[in-house]
Each structure stands twice: as structure tokens, then as C-alpha cells.
Write a protein that binds this ligand. Structure first.
Ligand SMILES: Nc1ncnc2c1ncn2[C@@H]1O[C@H](COP(=O)(O)OP(=O)(O)OP(=O)(O)O)[C@@H](O)[C@H]1O
Ligand SMILES: [Mg+2]
Length: 321
């Protein structure tokens, strides 16, 4: 059994906007009571529609946004209680590939400067060792040394994503948070980056948190998947199990939108309406306003997670024991 690499317990992230209705600040409840465990060596996916809090969750794990409450552990060590050197080590071991390869690279820096930067900031390596490390990493991501003198605008989206992934590898991480790594790319290029992620996981012993709304990417890559709705995880478990026998009505709705990928026999649910605003969360089960099975209880009470089979948990009153 693999060790736990990342544990998140009861995580809440609230953004405060400076201006709301009538100039008052508004709270955006982006992540609400999220708990999950990512095991060493796995690809753990987070799925859910736009605005459900996927990127915020990833940023919170890396302390890129302040958390309102909750705990995050890296190798059983609470990251909020780490000493400065421990936190520095954590931030080297956990790296993020950001959502958009077009805006995540500094347009004014050459690729060499971009790749050298993390080494210059975090290590004492001299220029020869920096060059050597960069060349080693370029081989891993299938890039050519000729790219080093060029600027980001000279590359296609797929190449830029390779550069962003190379940068994430510079400090020999153990954990990579990949936020929609292929969604900005042409379909023809997507498969190359998906295969690269799979290869890197094996070659570099990596663990991934893969954030995507693309179910085909999850099916191909992820060992386990968590489905998020309005900042909460509503169902999680082994990808194969969730795809074959989804339980939560929201998961069923997500999978209904991609019947060619999932081919499960559960009932098809077509979602009505938009995601409610995270500034104004519904009472009770957050999905009740769009759920075809909503009962009175769902409008008033919050369901807790029920383990319906080993490695499969769902947060819905339909499965309350
Ligand atoms: N810096 C911020 N300030 C205020 N609200 C924010 C901020 N960043 C995100 N939000 C809001 O928090 C909610 C969750 O956003 P987040 O970016 O985490 O969603 P997401 O699931 O990653 O969406 P997408 O699939 O579109 O990338 C959204 O309502 C978003 O508008
Ligand atoms: Mg996002």
C-alpha cells in the first residue's frame, strides 16, 4: 500500500472581493470543507464544472491563496506548522503547472532564463551545473536545446506546455499539481501532453494532482478521481469505479455529458441551470437546487460522506446508511 503524500482535512478557502453589491465586500466560498488524501505515485484527478473551486483547491495546497480553515499535510507534516526551511523544501517538492500555458510563462524571459530561475533562487548551483540540469530536464520533456535562446511567443501551445512542465521539474519535485494541462491545447496536441504526463510519472517517480473538466483525460490518466461541486467533494473513489457505477446525481450528470467515454448504464441526468454563485451558497445539500432527486431533507441538512464500497465515497442522502 502506498504512503499518503498529501492529506487535506476540512479545507475552506474564502475570497473577499473588495466591491460587492452597494460597494460592500462579498465573500466567495470557493472551497468548502474539502478532505482528500493523495497517495504516493498516483494520479489523483479533480473534476467539476467551471467555477467549482478546482484551481483554488490546488493553489491552497501550495499556499498560493490564504486558507480560512483546515489542515494540509505533506508526508504527515502539517504545512501550516512547518519551519521556514521545511516550507522551502515543501515548495520545492510540490510544483504547479498553471492553467494557461499562454500566460504562465514570462514573455520577457528566454526559455533558458525561465528554466534557470528556480535553480538560481533555490540552489547554489553554478552556471555549468545549471546548464547541465536544464539539458537533462529538456530531454525528459522532449524539447530541443535550440529552444533555450527563444522567447515564449515563438512557440506553439503544446511546446509552451512542455516548457512549463520542464520548469516544474527543475527542482526534482515529488508532487505536481497540473491545472487543466491540456484544455488550452489543440486536440491533436492534447494526446502528446497526456502521454508526457504518464511517462514523467513513471520516469521521475511523480505523484500528480490533475485538475481537469475533461473526462477523457481523467479516464486515461487518473487512478482516482474526486468530483467537486460548489467547492465540495461530492463523490470520490477509483476512476474505474466512478466511471462504471457513479452514485451522486451530479457525477451522473457530468458523465451523462460524455456518453461516448463513459458507457455506463446508470440513468442519464441532464443538468438544468447554472452553477449557483459561490457568494450565495444554497442551504442543505449544495446540489439540491439542480438535483432531480432532491427531497425535503436535502434542502435543510448537509449530507456527510458515506463509504458505499471500499474506495468509493459519496456525499448524498440517497445513500445515507
Ligand atoms: N482571486 C479571486 N478573487 C475572488 N474570487 C475568485 C478568485 N479566484 C477565483 N474566484 C472565484 O472562486 C470560484 C472558484 O474559482 P476557481 O478558479 O477555483 O474555479 P475552477 O473550478 O478552477 O474553474 P475553471 O474550471 O473555470 O478554471 C469562482 O466563483 C471564481 O470566480
Ligand atoms: Mg481553474
Amino acid at each position: 500500500m502506498s504512503e499518503d503524500l498529501i492529506k487535506v482535512r476540512g479545507l475552506n478557502v474564502t475570497y473577499k472581493t473588495s466591491k460587492g453589491v452597494f460597494g460592500k465586500p462579498t465573500n466567495i466560498y470557493a472551497v468548502n470543507g474539502v478532505s482528500l488524501t493523495i497517495k504516493q505515485g498516483e494520479i489523483f484527478a479533480v473534476a467539476g464544472e467551471s467555477g467549482c473551486g478546482k484551481s483554488t483547491l490546488a493553489k491552497a495546497i501550495l499556499q498560493l491563496v490564504p486558507t480560512a480553515s483546515g489542515e494540509i499535510f505533506f508526508k504527515n507534516q502539517n504545512i501550516f506548522k512547518m519551519t521556514k526551511p521545511e516550507l522551502k523544501n515543501y515548495k520545492q517538492k510540490a510544483q504547479m503547472v498553471f492553467q494557461n500555458p499562454y500566460s504562465s510563462l514570462n514573455p520577457k524571459m528566454t526559455i533558458f532564463e525561465t528554466l534557470a530561475e528556480p535553480l538560481k533562487i533555490n540552489t547554489d548551483l553554478g552556471i555549468c551545473d545549471i546548464e547541465k540540469t536544464i539539458k537533462e530536464k529538456l530531454i525528459l520533456t522532449g524539447l530541443d536545446e535550440s529552444c533555450l535562446k527563444m522567447y515564449p511567443h515563438e512557440f506553439s501551445g503544446g511546446q509552451r506546455q512542455r516548457i512549463a512542465i520542464t520548469r516544474a521539474l527543475m527542482l526534482n519535485p515529488e508532487f505536481i499539481l497540473a491545472d487543466e494541462p491540456v484544455s488550452a491545447l489543440d486536440v491533436s496536441i492534447q494526446a502528446q501532453i497526456i502521454n508526457l504526463i504518464k511517462e514523467l510519472k513513471e520516469k521521475c517517480n511523480l505523484t500528480f494532482l490533475l485538475i481537469t473538466h475533461d473526462l477523457s483525460v481523467i479516464k486515461y490518466l487518473a487512478d482516482r478521481v474526486a468530483v467537486m461541486y460548489l467547492g465540495e467533494i461530492v463523490e470520490y473513489g477509483l476512476t474505474e469505479k466512478i466511471f462504471k457505477t457513479p452514485k451522486h446525481p451530479y457525477t451522473k450528470a457530468l458523465l451523462s455529458s460524455a456518453p461516448q467515454i463513459t458507457k455506463n448504464n446508470s440513468e442519464k441526468i441532464i443538468l438544468k441551470g447554472d452553477l449557483p454563485s459561490p457568494a450565495n451558497l444554497p442551504d442543505g445539500c449544495k446540489f439540491h437546487t439542480r438535483c432531480p432527486y432532491a427531497m425535503e431533507k436535502c434542502r435543510q441538512q448537509v449530507p456527510f460522506g458515506t463509504e458505499i464500497s471500499p474506495a468509493h465515497t459519496v456525499r448524498c442522502f440517497l445513500y445515507d446508511s
